[in-house]
Each structure stands twice: as structure tokens, then as C-alpha cells.
Design a protein around this ligand. Structure first.
Ligand code: HEC
Length: 154
């Protein structure tokens, strides 16, 4: 499968899974919760296999060299630490001097938002003070995001 459709598929699935999870938690006490849980499990299964095919984390670690001038996983540098990035609200590392634009962006970091941000930081967050033009190649971004997802886990 060409890289782009596979990724698009994975992103679509991810959105669907998130929606189902939300519905599942809101309707936990209802009689439909069992079938929703089963559907969620099935989608999660499809999701993780789509995911595994999608990004090469080992290659992504090398691409992270482009970020390492300003970022590290564990420590704040010119840019904020990336530890715990997935599921974190943008602009929320305590004590890091973010731009107002980042703090007010309303983003919660996941693979789809990171893909948008890394395509064009200023496109997604106009007024961000990240001094970085982006990662133009979709395969590079997918690999980088796969690496980040592993490396930033708490
Ligand atoms: C020249 C320095 C620099 C480079 C290179 C750089 N960044 Fe950043 N990054 C920053 C700064 C500064 C911020 C804070 C931006 C703001 O507050 O508007 C930031 C913010 C971010 C955020 C938001 C984090 C949060 O806590 O909300 C992410 C995600 C991010 N960078 C990822 C990357 C990745 C991935 C790369 C490499 C492909 C990269 N950055 C390269 C300086 C940099």
C-alpha cells in the first residue's frame, strides 16, 4: 500500500476509535455498552495493526536529530521536553515559557495533530515561536511520530 493512503486510513481509524471510546464511557451503564465495547475492541485491533505498518520508529529516532538541537525527551531546553507528549495539552509543561499562541491553541497532542504541526508549525499554530520550518516528507513524519510515541511514554 502506498504510504499516504495507509496513513490516512490509520488517522481515520484513530478518530473513529476515539469517538467510540467517548461514547463507550458516556454510556457505560447502558445496556448497549457491551456491544460498544466489542466494537471498540475490534477497532482497536485493526487500529494497532494499521499502526504497526505505518511508521518505522528506529528510522524516526534518527530523524529526531533534527529536533535535538532544541528538544530532549526528558528535559526542557530551547523547546519543551517531549516526555509524556501524547495526550498532553499543547503548551502545558509547567514553567516552560510557551508563546500565548501555543497555550491558547486548544490542541491535545496525538499522531494526527503532530502530523499537522510537523508539516507546518506556523500553519497549525500561527504565532508559535518554534524556530523550525517543519518536516516536509510524509514518510519522515510518520517515522518520527512512531518514534515519539514510543520514546515519550511515561
Ligand atoms: C529551533 C528550535 C526548535 C527545533 C529545531 C524544534 N523545536 Fe519544537 N519547539 C521549539 C519551541 C521554542 C517550542 C515552543 C513553541 C511555542 O511556545 O510556541 C516548541 C514546541 C514544540 C512542540 C509543542 C510541545 C508542547 O509541549 O506543547 C512540539 C510537539 C514540538 N516542538 C516538536 C518538535 C519536533 C518533533 C521537532 C523536530 C522535528 C522540533 N520540535 C524541532 C523549538 C524547536
Amino acid at each position: 500500500m502506498p504510504a499516504l493512503p495507509a496513513r490516512t486510513f490509520a488517522l481515520l481509524l484513530e478518530g473513529a476509535v476515539r469517538g467510540v471510546r467517548r461514547i463507550a464511557s458516556e454510556t457505560l451503564s447502558m445496556k448497549f455498552s457491551f456491544s460498544i465495547a466489542a466494537a471498540t475492541a475490534a477497532m482497536l485491533l485493526a487500529h494497532s495493526s494499521a499502526r504497526a505498518a505505518e511508521g518505522d520508529a528506529a528510522r524516526g529516532e534518527k530523524i529526531y536529530d533534527r529536533c535535538a538541537g532544541c528538544h530532549s525527551i526528558e528535559r526542557d531546553r530551547t523547546g519543551p521536553r517531549h516526555a509524556g507528549l501524547f495526550g498532553r495539552r499543547a503548551g502545558s509543561v509547567a514553567g516552560f515559557p510557551y508563546s500565548e499562541a501555543m497555550k491558547q491553541s486548544g490542541i491535545v497532542w496525538d499522531a494526527a495533530q503532530l502530523d499537522g504541526f510537523l508539516t507546518s508549525p506556523r500553519g497549525l499554530v500561527p504565532g508559535t515561536r518554534i524556530g523550525f520550518a517543519g518536516v516536509p516528507d510524509p514518510k519522515d513524519r510518520a517515522d518520527l511520530i512512531a518514534y515519539l510515541e514510543q520514546a515519550t511514554k511515561p
